[in-house]
Write a protein that binds this ligand. Structure first.
Ligand code: NAP
Length: 294
């Protein structure tokens, strides 16, 4: 069997079109569009690139978007005051602070200062709690993107055994919580494995849906996968440089061999990656709707 490849690039394009249509309709009704501010402290090249990508997408979707660049030596107090300013700004629905922050700033304190109703990254404990009890307003972007890929890829999740490799707060734990909700696109039986698990392959082989977020290049080999399983590869690992000087990327799944056994698989790059920014936009749109319906 050769797996059907789900293109995150294509699914993300479809969702962006849907968002754009909705934004245009909302603009007619309310004479304003969703507002997103991305706060960047310092000039870390990777962070600059992420923030630029987010701003570019926000503009393409007709959002009111602000990129707020702050110097590396901004004090924690000034950064907290800046967040408070955006918390109180009615034209802003989503506040995103690009991580990592410089060492003299307490990241947790900063993330907790964001109004949960504007926390479009969904890292605030209020939003984590809402997700766990099944009342999530925003879902964290990468896990939400994984769920969309499954649903739009036609994968039956209800009653499926989902095995998640990794238990980080940004991928493993939230996707496990999303998939176990009694909801459409979820209602699965969930197992989470990590470095403390004995005989990981025993569990991965039982998966109808295998979601891998370990950060280990080509870690999941064909013998660890059940015939016909849906395999979602979240991993993004830099394994060298291309002759053109670009970063060479590998997922956590040995794609070439696993695709001969799986039923459905996502590539790296072009799988989960393109979904993350798109889901950030979806969250900002949701925050906008929340604010106009108040
Ligand atoms: P992380 O914080 O480093 O967490 C990795 C998790 O995997 C940990 O829970 C760790 O277990 C577990 N793990 C590591 N090696 C393992 C092994 N050999 N067997 C079983 N479990 C193992 O990483 P993350 O932030 O979740 O990211 C994971 C990967 O996804 C990375 O490659 C990252 O670049 C990528 N990522 C991609 C996107 C995207 O948009 N495409 C977004 C986020 C992350 P312990 O808890 O026991 O240490």
């Amino acid at each position: 069997m050769t797996a059907k490849i789900i293109s995150g690039t294509e699914v993300a394009r479809q969702i962006r079109e849907e968002i754009l249509t909705e934004v245009k309709a909302l603009e007619k009704m309310y004479n304003k569009t969703p507002g997103l501010v991305t706060i960047l402290v310092g000039e870390n090249p990777a962070s600059v690139s992420y923030v630029t990508g987010k701003q570019k997408t926000a503009k393409e979707l007709g959002f009111h978007s602000i990129q707020d660049n702050q110097p590396m030596d901004i004090s924690e107090e000034d950064l907290l005051n800046l967040i408070e300013k955006y918390n109180n700004d009615d034209s802003i629905n989503g506040i995103l602070v690009q991580l990592p922050l410089p060492k003299h700033i307490n990241e947790t304190k900063v993330l907790y200062a964001i109004n949960p109703d504007k926390d479009v990254d969904a890292f605030h404990p209020v939003n984590v709690g809402r997700l766990v009890i099944g009342e999530g307003v925003f879902l964290p972007c990468t896990p939400a993107g994984i769920q969309e890929l499954l649903v739009r890829g036609g994968v039956e999740t209800s009653g499926a055994h989902v095995v998640v490799v990794g238990r980080s707060n940004i991928v493993g734990k939230p996707i496990a919580n999303i998939m176990l909700q009694k909801d459409k696109g979820a209602n699965s039986t969930v197992t989470v494995v990590h470095t403390g698990t004995k005989d990981i392959a025993k569990y991965t082989r039982m998966a109808d849906i295998l979601i891998v977020a370990a950060g280990r290049p080509n870690y999941i080999t064909a013998d660890m996968v059940k015939e016909g399983a849906a395999v979602i590869d979240v991993g993004v690992n830099r394994i060298g440089t291309t002759p053109e000087g670009k970063a060479k990327l590998a997922g956590d799944v040995d794609f070439e061999n696993v695709k001969e056994k799986a039923g459905i698989i996502t590539p790296v790059p072009g799988g989960v990656g393109p979904m993350t920014i798109t889901m950030l936009m979806k969250n900002t749109l949701a925050a906008f709707k929340l604010s106009v319906n108040k």
